[in-house]
Design a binder for this molecule. Structure first.
Ligand code: SF4
Length: 533
């Protein structure tokens, strides 16, 4: 890839010469051509949003690989007009659009490889979510366009050898009893592939296939697992290679700046701009009531501290002040609000001299006169706190017993507290926050939480009856799907995370003899080592 200068930025057309016969890609060949820095950034952010959607849906209780999981992902992709669904539109009048989307897919994948090859933790996150994205797309395409799948398979030499009729009939009984969900009547309709068991570890670990002599016998309904295993191995290797080549990029400061901390990039709405256009207004008199009904825990905590001690340290004033500004508090009202609290513990002169400047500064009326943006969840979660600071994300920065006590005090149910505490202990702070929203609103929230002002907006929309029909339904009206997540404690460990619900009920096929002499613990260890390599 070559990168354009400022002059080239005006040219929005991405010139990449690469044929895309299928909507699915193994990303074996890097794109070659010119791209402006602006397009480079746009593409990277779009793919980051796609992968974050995959992460959010995975953690929302959907059973991975299920039809609902794929539908939920595609609903989000379509709603946000991401490239994913457009890559599959192959009718004549949409061919150009599909080609352009496939180019976006191709280039954006390689850009994110540059950003996510840097550390083990980033690589794990990227491999997990790219693999899930690939799996969802494979499942979606295989339902509607088998030609697309065939083209993809042959293009990437994924030619798994089918068992002959003779082989199938000689193993008939083993195949029926050793394959998950396989009746003897189904056997004629299925094609089986005989592959080394290492290529079907996921299926072997879940005891979904018959294994003999080091080979797994995989039905065509599980082809996606074979292809996905291959995709993950390929990507893992490619990321290691990219990491080795990375020092070559160090000379280009523009790219280094752009890719550094890319994983922490905020990808939600710009609340400063949005509020200006929408003209939401809140007043100091409304704040306490809004805090108890609609503020996220981080802001509710700041409001509580302000009400009790009538003071906040610098970080708290900045975080809460910017949040209130984006929520619709005018500068005059902000001065009035802060003054009314601070003057309970200090002289008005001191407030005017030492604190009023900072409030006007937040509104762009002092100093650099920048209209500052409120902090996103990522910024708040990754901030470091000193003694006496009240800002920060309570799901991360508050001691577990205090957090539990606080949630109890806010009337959150025991069951919801259990879920929230578990999510927080596994570093899923934003998902814990989403559960908190759901528990306090007695409703579901599909969009996840990535900004305190988004939390507030979603709450206000819900309470004012202004929420799309797909969201905000009372739990009794919607199919809830609570899950217990596997015991992984850090974000980096998400690569091995799975929902217990995704494990099929194998009681009917739980006969150890079908797995020959393969030890299931050894298999699990082998799989883990494959995933972490
Ligand atoms: Fe606030 Fe975001 Fe933490 Fe929720 S996840 S408490 S909105 S920082």
């Amino acid at each position: 890839m070559e990168f354009g200068t400022k002059h080239r930025r005006r040219n929005r057309h991405i010139e990449i010469d690469c044929p895309y016969p299928s909507s699915l890609q193994f990303y074996s060949t890097p794109p070659n051509g010119y791209i402006s820095l602006m397009d480079f950034d746009d593409l990277a952010v779009e793919r980051l949003k796609v992968l974050r959607t995959v992460e959010r849906v995975n953690l929302s209780g959907q059973v991975k690989n299920s039809d609902d999981w794929v539908i939920k992902l595609y609903d989000d992709f379509n709603k946000n007009k991401y490239f994913v669904a457009r890559t599959e539109k192959i009718s004549d009048n949409k061919r150009d659009e599909a080609e352009a989307a496939r180019r976006r897919d191709h280039i954006s994948h390689f850009i994110l490889r540059l950003a996510y090859c840097r550390t083990e933790e980033l690589r794990r996150w990227f491999i997990l979510h790219e693999t899930d994205l690939f799996k969802a797309r494979f499942l979606h395409v295989s339902k509607s366009n088998q030609d697309n799948i065939r083209t993809f398979m042959s293009q990437n030499n994924l030619n798994f050898t089918p068992m002959t009729t003779g082989e199938v009939s000689s193993e008939k009984e083993n195949l029926v009893s050793g394959t998950y969900n396989m009746g003897s009547g189904d056997l004629q309709e299925r094609t089986f592939f005989k592959v080394p068991f290492t290529e079907a570890l996921e299926l072997v670990k879940a005891r979904k296939v018959f294994v003999k002599g080091g080979f797994a016998y995989v039905p065509d309904t599980d082809l996606v697992t074979l292809v996905t295993t291959s995709f993950r191995a390929h990507l893992s290797q490619a990321l290691a290679q990219t990491n080795r080549a990375l020092p070559q990029l160090d000379d280009d400061e523009r790219l280094v700046r752009m890719l550094q901390d890319f994983d922490k990039r905020y990808t939600g709405s710009d609340y400063t701009e949005k509020k200006k256009g929408q003209g939401h207004v809140i007043t100091p008199a409304m704040i306490d009531q809004l805090a108890s009904k609609s503020f996220p825990l981080c802001m509710r905590q700041l409001n509580d501290v302000l009400r009790t001690s009538h003071h906040l340290k610098h970080g708290g004033r900045l975080t809460y002040g910017l949040f209130l500004k984006a929520a619709g508090l005018s500068l005059e009202d902000a001065l009035h609000f802060w003054r009314s609290h601070f003057t309970k513990v200090m002289e008005i002169d001191k407030f005017e001299k030492e604190y009023a400047y900072g409030i006007r500064y937040n509104y762009g009326k002092e100093g650099k006169r920048t209209d500052y943006t409120p902090y996103s969840c990522v910024k708040i979660i990754t901030s470091s706190l000193g003694p006496g600071d009240a800002h920060g994300c309570p799901f991360k920065h508050t001691d577990a017993s205090m957090l539990k006590h606080k949630l109890l005090g806010y009337g959150v149910s025991q069951q919801a507290i259990g879920e929230i505490m578990e999510l927080a202990s596994k570093s899923h702070y934003q998902i814990a926050c989403q559960r908190y929203w759901e528990a306090t609103h007695n409703a579901t929230l599909d969009s996840g939480i990535n900004h305190p002002n988004q939390f507030f907006e979603e709450s206000q929309k819900f309470l004012n009856g202004d929420m799309p029909s797909s969201q905000g339904k009372r739990p009794s009206q919607v199919k809830t799907n609570r899950v217990v997540y596997s015991a992984q404690s850090t974000q980096s460990s998400q690569s091995t995370q799975s929902c217990t619900q995704s494990t099929p009920d194998m009681s009917q096929n739980n006969d150890e003899s079908h797995f020959g002499d393969l030890d299931s613990d050894l298999l699990a260890q082998y799989m883990d080592s494959q995933e972490s390599s």
